[in-house]
Each structure stands twice: as structure tokens, then as C-alpha cells.
Design a protein around this ligand. Structure first.
Ligand SMILES: C[S@@+](CC[C@H](N)C(=O)[O-])C[C@H]1O[C@@H](n2cnc3c(N)ncnc32)[C@H](O)[C@@H]1O
Length: 186
């Protein structure tokens, strides 16, 4: 119940700030996206999920490059803005759902992105395990953590406890850790 209330509050906050999100954060988020994509091989056969996709900033980088591109978010207001991008950047699907209960079956996605989502989640390890569930056994995950919300030690511990293998970390001038992880399941 507490976790439901927490998620509801977060959703309302993003609903209310949706219209100014890009103005405020697009530069910061796009810098993280560029850092992540530099070290990730994306193939045209891939199924890709952007968890907590927000206004769809990542779609600008991936559109036309993968077979299946899905954005998932809890806030209807941000999804409406993401949908507007459809005419500019092309084909993707949007789903309104909670990142802890992703409405897809196991082992679907080659890559799952979760940019600046985890600080919103009541139990980040649970969210990471949900990411692992829907990822292919040898898939990759890009997850970012705000430095103001997590120390590096805390963030690393979360990822490792969830069962992810850290492959690369970019932080430098960024406001968040951008971490490329491998799924480890057989
Ligand atoms: C900081 S924004 C990041 C948006 C986008 N990934 C980006 O990098 O621009 C966090 C997003 O997570 C979404 N979010 C928060 N809690 C969520 C939940 N429980 N399930 C799905 N999305 C959630 C918010 O609605 C918001 O769009």
C-alpha cells in the first residue's frame, strides 16, 4: 500500500512537470544517452525497451536502428509528449505500466534502458529484477543513477545484489552514473 502511494505521488509529479521536462532536462539526459550508446552495440534485429521512457528523448537516437522499440512509463502526460515525437522520429510503441510489473513475458528484450528511473522506485532491486526477467539471457542493460540520490557504492551494490554484471561505468562530467551491465542468467 505504501509503495502504491509512493508510485502515485511520483506519477502525479511527472504528470504535472511533463510540459517543462524537455526544457529542463533534455541536455542532461541526452549527454547520458550519448555516453551509453558509445559503448553499446545495437543491431537492427534487436528488441529494445526504454523503461521509464518519459518524453521519449531516447527514441531520437534509436529510431530506425532496431526491429522493436518500446517505451514504457507510468505517467500519461509524459507518454502523450512521447507520442508527439512519433511523427518526427518514426515507429515505436508506448505502454503505460508500472516498471515493477512490466506486461511482457520473460526473455524478450536484447537491451533494456532505464535512464534516471531508479530514484523513483520504492524498491530499486525489485525493479532491476523485473528488468532481468524480461531481458534475454545474454542481453544488456543500461541503467543510470543520479549522483544526488545514490553514492557510487550504494548504486553498485544495488546492481550487483539484483544479479547484474557491471561491464562499464561512465560518469565524468555527468550528473549520473551511466552503467552498462550484462544479464547473467542461463
Ligand atoms: C527522470 S524521468 C526520466 C525519463 C527518461 N528516461 C529520460 O531519460 O528523459 C523518470 C521517468 O520515470 C517514470 N516513472 C516513475 N515511476 C515509474 C514507475 N513506477 N513505472 C514506470 N515509470 C515510472 C516517470 O514518469 C518519468 O517519466
Amino acid at each position: 500500500m505504501e509503495s502504491f502511494q509512493h508510485k502515485l505521488r511520483v506519477m502525479l509529479r511527472y504528470d504535472q512537470t511533463a510540459k517543462t521536462y524537455n526544457e529542463q532536462y533534455s541536455m542532461e539526459q541526452e549527454a547520458k544517452m550519448k555516453a551509453a550508446l558509445k559503448h553499446l552495440m545495437i543491431k537492427s534485429s534487436f528488441a529494445v525497451l526504454d523503461l521509464g521512457c518519459g518524453t521519449g528523448l531516447l527514441f531520437n537516437f534509436l529510431n530506425g536502428k532496431v526491429k522493436l522499440l518500446i517505451g514504457l512509463d507510468l505517467s500519461l502526460a509524459v507518454l502523450k509528449l512521447a507520442k508527439k515525437q512519433a511523427s518526427d522520429v518514426g515507429k515505436f510503441s508506448l505502454v503505460r505500466a508500472d516498471a515493477d510489473y512490466v506486461p511482457f513475458r520473460e526473455n524478450i528484450f536484447h537491451v533494456v534502458f532505464a535512464f534516471t528511473l531508479l530514484q523513483n522506485m520504492p524498491d530499486p532491486i525489485r525493479t532491476l529484477r523485473e528488468i532481468i526477467r524480461i531481458s534475454k539471457p545474454y542481453g544488456k542493460v543500461v541503467v543510470t543513477g543520479l549522483k544526488k540520490s545514490f553514492s557510487w557504492k550504494e548504486f553498485k551494490t544495488l546492481l550487483e545484489k539484483a544479479g547484474l554484471k557491471i561491464l562499464r561505468v561512465s560518469d565524468g562530467e555527468l550528473k549520473g552514473y551511466v552503467v552498462l551491465c550484462a544479464i547473467q542468467k542461463r
